[in-house]
Design a protein around this ligand. Structure first.
Ligand code: PBG
Length: 334
């Protein structure tokens, strides 16, 4: 560091004394343009269904999805991420309904693209909403998640959603080689404009609990996801994951979860010029909402401070279930 004079010639509080100088010297800002809003989609024309583990959020029927998409555009949120909620009878061992051209995702993508062409549409590429065992891939004869068999399905899934109107496909499955395989499939089929946002450093985290409640996959998960998602103890391994996904052609990189992994975000952002995203996951949402519902935290202050933390760590974009509220608060504070 540059040598620095000390007290009393240097008084740090001089720079904090008035709002104008605090504003002028602020290093990071959060805006609605940094946010991606994840939505849970029900295959029904109307209505919604509250998510018990994520108070304030609901699984949305198509009309509600369209209303929410409009709100995002109004508030300056550039993109939404879509997660389908499937009834048990559409889940199977190999997750076949992920590849149904008349499935819920292709139809909502077409509906959204035709109504809101300027809203970015991001979809997860992984089989877990569609498999009866809750894993992100298909299983081999010994019950292990079969990497290469899964890859072929992920490629078909990415192509189907891309053709239906997805702007960004986001592989969240943590199979090896999927970025390269998906890029190749998209390019071969002239889907060269579709972006790939890789969940590059995705940890086997307990903080996904409420998301699995939202999807209805919590009870059915056979075992855990530790054979493909990362060990929460590892940082160096995240840098290797990121380097591989960058080399395979990822347009954007994601670290997930967010708040407990700010160090990983910071290293990833410092090491790669590829735009870096974080996912403030369902458990992070639930913690902040629960504490504020008990009067232990101020919701607005806690949310905005947590989002600013992601920017300080080096993120460009943040997936957050608080996107609508945060964008509204940011607008009011201008
Ligand atoms: C599925 C997926 C998960 C999340 C996003 N995509 C759950 C998981 O891997 O089990 C979690 C998101 C959240 O907790 O908000 N591949």
């Amino acid at each position: 560091m540059i040598p620095c004079n000390t007290f009393p010639t240097r008084r740090m509080r001089r720079m904090r004394a008035e709002p104008y100088i605090r504003a002028l010297t602020q290093e990071h800002h959060i805006t609605s343009e940094n946010l991606v809003y994840p939505l849970f989609i029900l295959d029904q024309p109307k209505g919604q269904d509250a998510i018990s583990a994520m108070p304030g959020l609901a699984r949305l029927g198509f009309d509600e999805v369209y209303r929410t998409a409009e709100k995002c555009l109004e508030l300056g949120i550039p993109a939404i991420a879509l997660f389908p909620v499937l009834p048990a009878h559409l889940k199977s061992e190999n997750g076949d309904s992920a590849l149904d051209p008349d499935g819920v995702l292709p139809r909502i993508l077409q509906g959204l693209k035709s109504r809101f062409p300027s809203l970015g549409l991001c979809v997860d590429i992984a089989l877990d909403p569609y498999t009866s065992h809750g894993h992100d891939g298909c299983l081999d004869e010994k019950g292990r998640v079969d990497n290469d068999k899964t890859l072929a399905r992920l490629c078909q899934q990415a192509l189907l959603y891309s053709q239906a109107g997805a702007d960004i496909v986001a592989p969240s499955d943590m199979m090896d080689g999927r970025i390269q395989a998906i890029r190749h499939t998209l390019d071969e089929n002239q889907e060269i404009h579709t972006l790939i946002l890789s969940y590059a450093a995705k940890y086997a985290s307990c903080f996904y609990g409420p998301f699995r409640n939202a999807l209805g996959s919590e009870g059915c998960l056979r075992g855990d996801k530790k054979t493909y998602q990362m060990n929460p103890a590892n940082l160096r391994e995240a840098l290797l994951e990121v380097a591989l996904d960058a080399a395979e052609g990822a347009d954007m990189l994601m670290v997930k979860p967010g708040m407990p992994y700010l160090d990983v975000i910071s290293h990833v952002a410092a090491q790669s010029p590829i735009p870096t995203f974080a996912y403030q996951v369902s458990g992070e949402y639930a913690m902040i909402v629960a504490a504020s519902a008990n009067g232990w935290l101020d919701l607005r202050a806690a949310v905005l401070e947590s989002l600013l933390g992601f920017k300080r760590a080096g993120c460009q974009g943040i997936f957050t279930y608080f996107a609508l509220e945060a964008a509204q608060w940011l607008r009011e504070s201008r």
